[in-house]
Design a protein around this ligand. Structure first.
Ligand SMILES: [Zn+2]
Length: 234
């Protein structure tokens, strides 16, 4: 949570309600993906590991040169566009469950996005350096504006925060598209129906965590805009 809560904003009941609602929604989304993943990680796939199915999907998507490596942690799976490799957690790399296959194919979907020049992924990639800067700096600028009573700085900070919100909104279609590609491959490559059904469930639950994060930042931005506008009028 941003630090400005300690400087007066924390006493605004509306702000406390927003913090409470976004925290509860975030925890619910996290709980849902954890329980859905756990349930489907007990259901065996068709005898292949996440790595094996992701390899097939990559090769079928023109991503033969994309490597598949392991990474520590639980649900830490990701695709790194910098070195063009998939990084799968151990349970999804060598695990042979419906959930392992779903997650591994979702990451392969990101590599396929890059291979096909998917537009929203390019936009997201272009925003990364901007957001890395603005998300570190915006609270400092906001605090300075607040303490020095300079509306210009406050608005600059809000514009910086808006980039993080934009980033999360652009992330949504990128994530949903990667999941769509994963389910399409699992279904189209003739895997059994339980794999298709499980992949849909697991990847929908994963998408909800991104929806919750985006909703939370949109609410925060709306609050900041309304509050700063109101303070400007006083
Ligand atoms: Zn993803």
């Amino acid at each position: 949570m941003p630090y400005y809560g300690y400087y007066g904003y924390g006493y605004d009941p509306l702000y406390l309600i927003i913090v409470l609602v976004t925290t509860v929604v975030g925890l619910m989304a996290q709980g849902y993906i954890n329980s859905t993943y756990r349930r489907w990680s007990k259901v065996p796939s068709d005898g292949e590991t996440g790595k094996q199915v992701a390899r097939r999907m990559l090769d079928a998507s023109g991503c033969g040169r994309v490597g598949i490596l392991g990474t520590p942690g639980h649900l830490s799976d990701h695709y790194d566009p910098r070195d063009n490799n998939l990084y799968l957690s151990r349970e999804n790399l060598s695990g042979g469950s419906v959930a392992s296959v779903a997650v591994a194919c979702h990451e392969a979907g990101h590599a396929a996005q890059r291979e096909s020049g998917y537009f929203m992924m390019k936009v997201r990639h272009a925003l990364v350096p901007v957001v890395n800067f603005t998300q570190n700096v915006w609270t400092i600028v906001f605090l300075l504006g607040f303490m020095m009573d300079m509306a210009g700085l406050t608005w600059l900070a809000i514009a910086m925060f808006a980039f993080s919100v934009l980033f999360q909104l652009v992330t949504l279609p990128v994530e949903i598209d990667a999941s769509r590609r994963a389910v399409a491959y699992i279904e189209g490559s003739g895997m059994s129906e339980v794999n298709v059904r499980g992949a849909r469930k697991v990847l929908t639950a994963a998408a909800l965590t991104y929806v919750a994060a985006a909703l939370s930042s949109v609410l925060q931005l709306m609050y900041l805009l309304a509050r700063t506008h109101r303070d400007d009028d006083n």
